[in-house]
Each structure stands twice: as C-alpha cells, then as structure tokens.
Design a protein around this ligand. Structure first.
Ligand code: GLA
Ligand code: ZN
Length: 696
C-alpha cells in the first residue's frame, strides 16, 4: 500500500480555512483582529492570502507595501495557523495595464462572426481578472519581481505553508506575441511545414501553409490547428507558471507549490501541470440542489475529486476552494440545506482531500462576490457565530480535527476510467460525426458511477498513464488514441487486465486524423471487432441489446439503447449481446475478446445507466474488486476507503434528503465523527456522514 505524508511536514493536520482578503479591509481598522478572534471558534487553522492583492502590495510601480501582509502572516504564526500565500498574478493592477498594454489579452478572432467571421483580434480593456497575456515578457518580468520579493520576505516565516500560484489559470490570448509563440511551438513540434500540413490535412479548402507566419488565427476548418492550439495554450500556461514560480523555488526550496485547478475544465490539460506541482489543489463547486438526481450529482462530484487525486498518482490533494453555502454566480442560488456543507466536505476527504478550504472567509461589502457565501457574514463579528453557516463550518472544523489520523492516507483504486483532454479536444474540434456523440464528459461519468456507488475506488487517468496497477481500465469514447496506447493496453490485457472500450473509440490518431484500416484503429486486433458504420439516433428513437443465455457478461434479457449504435463485425471477439431492431438487428452490440490472461470488451451502443450499472455490477463481482462495504447499499448511500499506517477508514455518506439505512457489516468499528461504536444496519439521517475506523 502506498502511503503519503502531509502536504508539508511542518503542518501535519487537515487544513481548514480558505481565501481571505484582508487587503480589501485595510481601511477598516480592527477587522483582521476580529477575524482572527473568530477563527478558533470555527476550527479554522489556515488562510489563503494575497490572491488578488497586487495593488495592495504595489500601489504604484516600484513602491511596495508589505506591512498589512506582515501583520496577517504574524497573526497566523501566533495562532499556529498555516498561511497559504498566493502570488497575485490572477489580477493585474490598473496602473500596469495602462502603462503596458501588451499585458492585456487579445480576444479570439472571428468573435461575433463564427465560421466565416472576419474580426481581427482585439485588445481587451482593463477589467475583471484572469486575463493577462501569458506570453508577455513585461508581465512575466513583473510577476518574477513580485514573487521574488514575496519569497525573500517570507522565506523563513514560520506560518508559510504553501505557495498558491496565481488563481485558476485559464483562457487564451490571441495577441501577436502569443501567435509568434504558437508558431515557434509548431516549428519545434513539426520541424517542417510539410509535416505540419500533413498533420493538419490543410490541403482541405486550400489552407496549405507555405510560411510559418501565415498561422495567425485559429481557423475552425483546420481541425488539427485547433487541437494544437489547445495543446499550445496548456504548454504556454505551464511555461508561464514555471516562470512565475521560479523565484519561489529559488528562495523557498522547501515550501511546496500548487496551483488551484478547475478539475475537468476544458481549457487546460492538467496532466501537463502535474509533474511541476508538489501537491494538487482543487476548487470544487458541485451543483448541490440544482438537479433532481442527488445520487448522480454526488457521483459526478466524486469523479472530480478522483481526477485531482489521480493527477499525482494517488497523492492526497487539497480542497482549495468550496462554498460554505450558496454561491452568487449560478442562475438560481439555492441555499445549501442543513448538513449538505458537511456532507460535501466529508465527501472530498473521502476521495483523497487533506483539507476543506473555502471561498471565502469574509464577505466583502462590494465587488462581484459580495453575495457569495462566506464564513464571516455581513452581520458582523459579534453575531457571526450564531449564523447557520458559521456553525456548519465549525462542525466541519471539529470533524477535521477528528480526522487527523487520515492525513496522508491513500485512496486505493483498482479501476481506471480514461478521461483524456487530447481526445476531448479532437472530438470538440471535429465537425461531426454527430451532435449526440459529443458529450464526452457525461459519457465518462456514466462509467464511473457504477463503481462509485458500490464503493469501488476509481482513478481518472489519461492515455499516457501507467496501467500496471489496475485490474480494470475503461476507455469511454476514446476518440483519439495517443501513440503507443494500443500497445500498452495490449500488454495490460495479455497480463490479465480487463479493458472496456465503447463506441467512438479509436477513430483518430494523435493529430486528429482518421485511422486508415478500420475503426477502432490500432485497437481493432485487441478488441477483435471492426466497426464498419455508426448510426446516430434521434432523441425519440431507441434500439435494444439482447443478451444471449449464459453470456460471459452475466446479464440476461433486454436493455434499451439510445443515441449511438455502432454497426460492428465480430472478427475474433465473442458476441455477448446483439441488436434487437433495425437493419442491423441480430448483429453484435456487446463483444468480448480473450487475449492472453485478460479480456477486451467492446460496448457498441449507448445503453445509458441501466446497461452500464448492470454490466459493471457483474464485472465487480466476477473480478472480486475490493469494496468499501461488502453489502449493496440503498440508493443515495455510498462508501469510500482511505488507508494508512493508522488504519483503514471507511467514509459512509447519505446523499439523500431523507434517512437511509447503511449496511455496515458485522464487525464493530468506531465512527470517528460521533465517537460511537457501530455495526450492522445503521440509519443515517438526511445528508448524514460517518467515518469508520478499523485499526491495522
Ligand atoms: C473561483 C475563484 C474564486 C471565486 C470563486 C467563487 O473558484 O477562484 O476567486 O471567484 O470562484 O465561487
Ligand atoms: Zn498574448
């Protein structure tokens, strides 16, 4: 069993705190003192500071004011708190934006015009945040200077626990500097224009490039260009991150560095960041109460956590931001029902978080986030402890203290679901094949949920990750296959692994060019099938999968199919189920190919939740995959396991807004949250949680 330590040996506890903006309150004396007085009441042991504080730190070029930050850092040290110190590049000061226009982003071309639009990129005015040019030498130099000052000043400060670099990197810039960098990136990748033109299939509509500087726009009809632009944007953002974190590495080599990710955010491939981060931190804003299916929401939220844990091969991550109550930016901002804050916090820990941090600690009086939930309310310091939100936060504070033994614990996973940004981007960039084939993320969640529900740990990996430690690897709609992927999967299966691929897998190579020689491309031999045609169904149409008696999937009867039906030929694969209708009735729709000691499955049609739940339920039983709790739990109840030298911890959560019975098994275990010893069937209240400890 892998084991990990705390994110920083000097702070070996679960962090509880969040984004704190004392820079906005400098003109209100006494506020900081008041806040620090409230922190112990809510078990707050950490604050993230300086995230949008550039102007407070450098009100005019070359004049620096660190006094207010010194005070906050010192207060943290005095109270034994961990300071998560940010670099302020997420929002640039007005004086800088005015003096150095190049630091402001330029908009994408064709804005407003779409296909065939003809607007040149435009320079943004200074406004909002997260909109600097990540190529600009001026901005890079300014960040390097600011960050060096911060790092030198606080290098030996006892409160400095972690660097929070910038904030939620994202977006694109279409300025001449960025296009020049893109051209350079392409030259390094392709060496010759011939190679680029081939990879981009740019002879289509006469877009062949005859000089590098003709690449001045992201032309939607050159799909390979769009794909490479996405990759470049990630690489350039990583490059910006490396540049701005270099002074931190230099002056504070022992202080870990993170960025706050946005999980499955479409614009950045976080796998490219992962090797450069000491710890992954994640901002989580699940839509609790926005949807009718609380279990589905909980499952999808679990998958976001699983991704963040997987990015550093299972190392615990930090929940850097979450809302202690309602947010202000969803169309309808319903209040979190009592208990939900605790539930979603414990859920994050169950999936590998070693912290619960919030946006935000104190609500500002103005600005765009004045109605966003905070630990400290507008009502003021005196009455804040009586607010529901503060009390729920204080409850989580207590819980996290009780969960101290969990710090650093691993979250074992024998199953991996592939979610690959390259595949997503290639599919998004592709004109077709059909609208109903495009929701890659949702399709991946459908393959994660049956495992989550049964307490089977799942990692989220990409097409480059190591497969050796998994028993089951699933590739839902893996449209693009990276080089060497098929060979690695073949080895995995030969050694005894179970591989499951679905419709739309193996269509394109890593340039986004369609494979010659039949779908699923280089996986054709392993899967033992050829997908000759793909049928896309209207919303009101269905087909059916009929499972033959005694089939190896262990299923029987008929399952409804929708959206997509591949018309496939079983070459070496065994037919497990066949289509019930249409001209391809009787042809295979689920197959398995036995290769070496393993199995390669192909699910040719979208069976939705019912088929996948039944299919994976059987697979889990056949493969004897370890489960957090042996018994099937009622809908809405799910369990996860973390383990370290202190013991095995079973997190049991009820996501339903009504009491549900959890089936815990005969062995008595202590619930760390209530202190009670429990066993057998226990009724969890609405949104109730337990963390059962079993000593090693
Ligand atoms: C993001 C940002 C924060 C804040 C919150 C509001 O995650 O990082 O600065 O705007 O959203 O929910
Ligand atoms: Zn730019």
């Amino acid at each position: 069993m892998k084991s990990f330590g705390p994110f920083n040996q000097k702070f070996p506890f679960m962090l509880h705190g969040g984004d704190y903006n004392p820079d906005q309150w400098r003109h209100v004396p006494g506020t900081v003192e008041e806040d620090f007085g409230l922190f112990p009441l809510a078990g707050i042991n950490s604050v993230s500071i300086g995230i949008f504080a550039w102007t407070a730190l450098e009100p005019e070029e070359g004049r620096f004011e660190f006094g207010w930050l010194d005070e906050v850092m010192d207060r943290c040290a005095k109270q034994g708190m961990a300071a998560v110190l940010a670099t302020p590049s997420g929002a640039k000061p007005n004086w800088m934006a005015k003096k150095y226009p190049e630091i402001r982003r330029m908009s994408p071309p064709c804005q407003g015009g779409g296909w065939g639009g003809n607007l040149e990129p435009l320079r943004e005015v200074q406004q909002t945040r997260h909109n600097h040019c990540f190529t600009s030498p001026v901005y890079r130099a300014k960040c390097a200077e600011m960050n060096a000052r911060l790092a030198r000043r606080y290098a030996k400060h006892p409160a400095l626990a972690l660097w929070h670099v910038s904030n939620e990197y994202g977006g694109t810039c279409h300025c001449p500097l960025c296009y020049a960098a893109f051209q350079k990136w392409l030259q390094a990748k392709y060496k010759t224009l011939d190679a680029l033109n081939q990879a981009w299939w740019s002879g289509f509509w006469a877009h062949t490039f005859t000089a590098w500087d003709q690449i001045m726009t992201i032309d939607p009809s050159v799909e390979g260009m769009r794909l490479d632009w996405k990759r470049f944007t990630t690489d350039q953002t990583v490059d910006f991150f490396l540049a701005e974190s270099a002074p931190l590495r230099q002056h504070t080599p022992d202080v870990p560095v993170c960025i706050n990710t946005m999980g499955f955010y479409e614009g950045l491939d976080y796998w490219r960041f992962a090797p450069h981060l000491d710890v992954v931190s994640f901002d989580s804003y699940p839509d609790y109460h926005d949807r009718p299916d609380p279990e589905g929401l909980a499952a999808s939220s679990a998958m976001w956590h699983d991704l963040n844990r997987s990015l550093k091969c299972g190392k615990p991550f930090l929940l850097m931001e979450s809302a202690p109550g309602t947010v202000n930016w969803k169309p309808i901002n319903r209040l979190l029902r009592p208990g939900v804050h605790r539930l979603k916090s414990i859920q994050a820990v169950a999936h590998g978080a070693d912290s619960v941090q919030y946006f935000q600690i104190r609500k500002g009086r103005g600005g765009s986030e004045k109605f966003h939930a905070a630990v400290i309310d507008h009502v003021g310091a005196k009455q804040t402890p009586q607010t529901r939100m503060f009390q729920e936060v204080a409850q989580v504070g207590k819980d996290l203290q009780a969960l101290a033994p969990v710090v650093g614990a691993a979250t074992p996973a024998k199953v991996a679901v592939i979610y690959d940004w390259d595949a997503r981007w290639a599919l998004d960039a592709s004109a077709g094949p059909s609208k109903n084939a495009k929701d890659y993320f949702t399709h991946c969640t459908q393959h994660h949920r049956p495992f989550w529900k049964r307490g089977v740990g799942v990692d989220i990996i990409n097409g480059d990750c190591r497969l050796d430690d998994y028993a089951v690897v699933i590739a839902p709609s893996l449209y693009l296959l990276r080089k060497g992927f098929a060979e690695r999967v073949e080895q995995f299966v030969t050694r005894g692994g179970v591989f499951v691929a679905t419709w739309l897998t193996g269509i394109a190579d890593d340039s986004g060019l369609v494979f010659q020689g039949g779908v699923p491309g280089p996986l054709r031999k392993l899967l033992g099938i050829w997908a000759e045609e793909i049928d896309y169904l209207y919303d009101d149409e269905t087909n059916a999968a009929n499972f033959a008696q005694g089939n190896p999937a262990g299923l029987s009867g008929q399952f409804s199919l929708k959206n997509i039906c591949d018309v496939i030929h079983a070459e070496t694969a065994q037919v497990v189920a066949t289509y019930g209708r249409d001209f391809y009735a009787g042809k295979p729709c689920v197959t398995v190919n036995t290769v070496g000691n393993g199995e390669a499955w192909y699910i040719a049609a979208d069976g939705g939740r019912d088929l996948l739940d039944a299919f994976y339920g059987q697979l889990i039983a056949r493969q004897k995959l370890p489960r957090a709790l042996d018994a099937e739990q009622p809908d809405g109840v799910a369990a996860q396991t973390r383990a370290n030298a202190n013991g095995v911890f079973t997190f049991v959560c009820n996501y339903a807004n009504e009491p549900r019975a959890a089936l815990l098994g005969a062995a008595p275990r202590v619930d760390l949250l209530s202190g009670k010893t429990v066993a057998g069937t226990v009724t969890l209240p609405p949104y109730g949680v337990m963390v059962l400890k079993q000593s090693n």
